[in-house]
Write a protein that binds this ligand. Structure first.
Ligand SMILES: CC(C)(COP(=O)(O)OP(=O)(O)OC[C@H]1O[C@@H](n2cnc3c(N)ncnc32)[C@H](O)[C@@H]1OP(=O)(O)O)[C@@H](O)C(=O)NCCC(=O)NCCS
Length: 143
């Protein structure tokens, strides 16, 4: 497995991964216009997942992470997270928002060392849902 920054020609494959995972997938324009950093996970030449992060002073915000179905449960997501965290040396922690009903993702984040810190009521639409705010203050390092 290998991790690198996204380039424009990767985006078609990211759109497929988006469609596999989300009812309201990102469009090509959203990927091209984001000011966040996107890293992709490769198995040989195949793109199997991605993570979108934004450094806000000394906090790293995870905007999104998604893995292709056949790589779920394989440890690939943790590998992607760990490799990307290493690139941001001086952070005080990592934070994210997640749908309160996205049990698999919440379990995944808890395994990495994230804890629940708050709730944003009705943060998500389509469908309407609260967001859990989670933090990993151990410089983002996973357990
Ligand atoms: C969130 C995501 C990146 C996690 O990657 P993953 O490879 O699924 O993570 P893991 O295999 O470590 O699974 C995490 C936990 O989910 C649970 N889980 C496993 N299979 C599951 C299933 N079929 N259904 C529900 N939960 C399941 C397990 O408790 C697992 O922990 P365990 O290893 O102790 O059993 C991935 O599931 C994904 O791409 N989800 C869709 C996109 C998404 O929701 N992203 C998050 C946006 S905030």
């Amino acid at each position: 497995m290998n991790v690198r920054k996204v380039i424009d020609s990767d985006i078609e494959r990211l759109l497929e991964i988006e469609k596999e995972n989300f009812p309201d997938p990102w469009t090509k324009e959203m990927f091209l216009n984001t000011s966040a950093d996107i890293y992709i996970l490769l198995n040989a030449e195949e793109i199997v997942g991605y993570i979108e992060v934004m450094l806000v002073i000394d906090e790293l915000h995870i905007n999104n992470i998604a893995i292709s179905d056949q790589y779920k449960g394989s440890g690939a997501s943790k590998y992607l997270y760990d490799e990307v965290i290493k690139k941001y040396g001086k952070i005080i922690g990592v934070t994210l928002e997640v749908r309160s009903g996205n049990y698999r993702a919440i379990k995944f984040y808890e395994k990495l060392g994230f804890e629940k810190y708050g709730l944003r009521k009705n943060y998500y639409t389509n469908p309407k849902e609260d967001a859990l705010i989670m933090w990993n203050y151990a410089k983002g390092e996973s357990k």
